[in-house]
Each structure stands twice: as structure tokens, then as C-alpha cells.
Design a binder for this molecule. Sequence first.
Ligand SMILES: [Fe+2]
Length: 278
Amino acid sequence: MAIRRFSEKKLTSEVLHRIRETKNPRLKQVMTAYIKHLHAFVREVKPTPDEWMQGIQFLTETGHWSTGKRQEFILMSDTLGVSMLVDALNYKTSAGATESTVLGPFHRERAPAYPLGANISKHASDGQPCLVSGTVRDTAGRPVAGAKLDIWQGGADGLYDSQKGDAMNLRGVLRSDARGRFHFRCVKPEFYPVPNDGPVGRMLTATGRHPMRPPHLHFWITAKGHKPLITHLFVKGGKYLDSDAVFGVKPELIIDFKQGKDGVATASYDFVLMKNKK
Ligand SMILES: [Fe+2]
């Protein structure tokens, strides 16, 4: 049998030919696009063998840095704008519904459940006390009772609990009441850097970027019959709103955190969920 010699030009079509029997049509579509774009990238960049090995080492290192608590691949996706792109393509907001944004690498499963009004901050050193309240409604303005609000944030030191140890802090799960209302205590969000001591941090530095995120509070809201909403509330006037390292800011999500005379900041927001299409 004659062995074919693959020319540089024909190599891509040969690789695509090799996956022609992929049974799963979506996998076939994904792999076809992946191979085509990867080959096009290599043709454009023309990496030397050393450079290609550097790229492979970068990805290997990214894998080695990833653990249950440190998600370097999410960080790479976030800082390259891919997470926001995936979100934009999947979460089309209908009129009046709250905008979504990135999940980020710091969400944790099984955060403690709290009653309404609870304080998700366990230590006085976590930051400036803050009271957040609001409602969860649908796009027709009807209250959504029993909506699950999974909330998490970093402290004034710029760190999330998972960056400091196992104990859960500055995160919790609440349920909206019969009129869709919620309120809880936390700390006023501060700006912070995304973890930048690993390969993604080196990439940011090498490309002249800072690792900072503007002050924000994370929400993941779920309710029966409604589309899950993953979003943030950003602090109006906060630093880095115009240059978020993960491109997550949307103007509609920037709200006032008012400074109270008693040293407690207050913020209010009415979340609007979209109905799940049957
Ligand atoms: Fe965050």
C-alpha cells in the first residue's frame, strides 16, 4: 500500500478526513472547527519548534496549577474574554431581565444556608459592614418566592475564603420570601487582583495588563420555572470598572452602595429572571 506524503497544504484536509466517522454530530462539528482553527493559527503564527514547546509547557503548567481550590483554566478563559463570549452567546437577556456575567473561579458548592437577614461575614476584619436588599421578580413583575440566592464575595484583603483555607466565609445561600424579597449582611465589596502568581498572571504581565477586578458581589440565582442567573453587582464609582481583567462589567449591573451614618453601607437591587422555555 502506498504511503501518502502529506503536504503542508493538504495536512488539514487529511486530519479532517481522519475524523470523518465520528458518530456524535456535535463532537464532529466541534473537532472539525478546532482542527481548522488550530491549523490556521499555526499557519499564521509559524511557531518555531521551541515556541510550540513553550506553548505546550504553558498549558501543562496551567493544568498543574489547577486544583480543587485554584482554577487556572477558568482564569485563562476569563482573562482572554472567552467566558464572557460564551455567556453572551448563551444567555440572551429578554427585555427587562437582569444581565448575566461571568461565574469566575471562586464559587463553592455547599455554601452555608442562612435565614434572611443573616450576616455572611463571620469576622469583623472581613471589611466594612454592608446591608444588601432587594427582590427577585419575573419579567412580568411578579415576585418569585423561594428563589435560591447563592452569594459570594472576597474580603477587604482582596481574597476569597478558598484562597486562605477550607473554612467557608463571605458566602451563603438564602431564599427569597413569599413576596420575592431578600436581605442579608455582608461587607462592602473591594477591588482585588485575580490570582496572578501562576501562568495566567505571567501572561497578563507579558501582555501589559493588570490583574485587577472592580469591586463586586457574586450572585447565582435559581428558581423553579426560571432560567438560572449568574451575575454580579458592581459598586458604582469603584476602581477598575473600565478595565476589568475578565471583561465582566455591564453598565446595568453597576449600582450605588450608599454610605450610612452608622458606618454601614447599603445597596438594593431588584433581580429579574427570565422564564424557562417549555
Ligand atoms: Fe469575584
